[in-house]
Design a protein around this ligand. Sequence first.
Ligand code: AMP
Ligand code: MG
Length: 341
Amino acid sequence: METIRWNIKNDETDNNRAIDEAAELIKQGQAVAFPTETVYGLGADATNEAAVAKIFKAKGRPQDNPLIAHVATVDQLKRLVDNLPDYTEKLFKAFSPGPLTYVLPSNGMCAKNVTADLSTIGVRIPDHPVALALLQKADVPVAAPSANLSGKPSPTIADHVWDDLHGKISGLLDGGPTGVGLESTVIDCTQDIPIILRPGGITKEQLEEVVGPVMIDPGLANAKEKPKSPGMKYKHYSPEVPLWIVEGAPATIQKVVDRERKKGNRVGVLANNYTAKHIKAEEKIVLGENIHEIATHLYDALRKFKQGDVDLIICEVFPEVGIGQAVMNRLRKAATEYIDE
Ligand code: AMP
Ligand code: MG
């Protein structure tokens, strides 16, 4: 299959030929990748089971991992769900469009492979001009997981999507780099108190400011509990070579790096500006100064370390405050070892 690639500027989405063509392909039941403010998504008509099946096939995604349905407005969102608790209105006002996915009782409007046969559906309004223009034009709910091969880091630039999926999907809207760099926060809104199923772009602190106490799915912190979000049980975000997380100051990290180099291993280091300055290794990728920059650059960095260049990646631990919770959640899932000496 030939993959059409369109370049599009974020401020030129009105009457845009690329948006029209991409929306037409979605209406015809094809799968098309597009930028959102979190990561690139691979979209298909959520009401068309055969179209949705193309997403699972292209990504190699396990069938029991449900997809998020994307819509352009709160009215369209309400057409897919039943029984909204009162607090959802406050959340919509504060965070939609934005990187927050609501899990709500499904009313059956979407195809059953979108929800992996669950009674609930994840819905989100992305905050990106290209995504919103595409959703408006396609005029159907669009099921869209991240546009990467299953198991690999999510795509934050169009080239990541191209590397993973060209020849397997009908189109790719290249709108440049995404913003947040990590996926949306998934929040279960079927209970009296909302529960975070996956940490992401909106933090627990931000949610609590709007709706009061919010819980965190025990399955996220405790490996013995089954996570409520099916996707959280899978290994994810894996780079080409093993990733170790090493807790401690730069001197501690350097000790582990040196030990591995003595064994003949070439080591790549992932760190913030400060730590990177204090460490010697074959290759270093500096993620940035603050936790927002680190989130934005993480997936690109994980993809940049190639087999053949390094044998092992060592990453430091970042404080689990704000979006740092999502950063550490993704790193733990990507890592093969956690070292705390
Ligand atoms: P992705 O779009 O690849 O970032 O993954 C979407 C995430 O949302 C996965 O972790 C899914 O398991 C989760 N998700 C989607 N729909 C539901 C649902 N109805 N209930 C619980 N988790 C969901
Ligand atoms: Mg994903």
